[in-house]
Design a protein around this ligand. Sequence first.
Ligand SMILES: Nc1ncnc2c1ncn2[C@@H]1O[C@H](COP(=O)(O)OP(=O)(O)OP(=O)(O)O)[C@@H](O)[C@H]1O
Length: 283
Amino acid sequence: MTATRPPLLEVEHVTMRFGGLFAVNDLSFSAARKQITAVIGPNGAGKTTLFNCITGFYKPQVGRMALHHDDGPVLLERLDDHRIASRARVARTFQNIRLFARMSVLENLIVAQHQDLMKASAFSLAGLLGLARYHKAEKKALERARYWLDKVGLLDHADDEAGSLPYGSQRRLEIARAMCTDPVLLCLDEPAAGLNPRESHELNGLLTGIRDEHGIGLLLIEHDMSVVMGISDWVVVLDYGRKIAEDTPERVRRDPAVIRAYLGEEENEDLPPEVARDVEEDS
Ligand SMILES: Nc1ncnc2c1ncn2[C@@H]1O[C@H](COP(=O)(O)OP(=O)(O)OP(=O)(O)O)[C@@H](O)[C@H]1O
């Protein structure tokens, strides 16, 4: 008999309080390998706080977050953010782009691999002595950077200043930078924010490509429902820090609790367009 493999990420009873406010309240869900799991919910529902817990920026007061590698689980709540990136191999992008604006596009991707390069250089010694293993690591870092620049369509801009790129390209560069750290879980905080419909469509292709070709898990916070409904395999819905639904995109958008959370006491115009269309069709 073969034991069932656990999901990639298991979040169990996570609670994060700020004073008396429960930003995330007794939240449990899991995210699978080779799948895109979206976390959605109205403003203030607790999505970013959840990401901050998973990536070590916050320590939840209660709960367990296990990332299952082939050699066993890593408990994220026990690690600081650097170890979560390097040991657990969780990468993230931010709601507000955080690139090194004055560095070149390529340099941003090399800096992201700083950890590997430092190790290979024995913390500068091997680099200073010109040892082969450092050159090998340096070559690998460059190859990886070029691979991801090609994937996000920025190879021709490798030498441009990152801050000079159009907004949509900076978003793609952030994703490339996160992928250069070779994660098993990629957390994306509103990657489609500020993108036009064409860029949003391209983003969908990039993210499904990462899922299908690289076999990692993606955790996605997104308000753009065309992205959520178009590419997610599973959707977790938060409201006031609590999980109110989790299901496939098709079922979640018809869920009365989800519709109510987005509607509040207001009229349909507050609904994401994809959900509003379903409500109209159903009525
Ligand atoms: N550092 C903090 N200190 C105090 N309260 C906070 C802090 N961070 C978040 N909150 C509160 O926690 C709640 C959840 O916020 P969070 O940013 O996680 O929501 P969100 O779902 O990501 O919202 P949005 O979609 O607007 O980005 C909100 O009421 C917010 O004001």
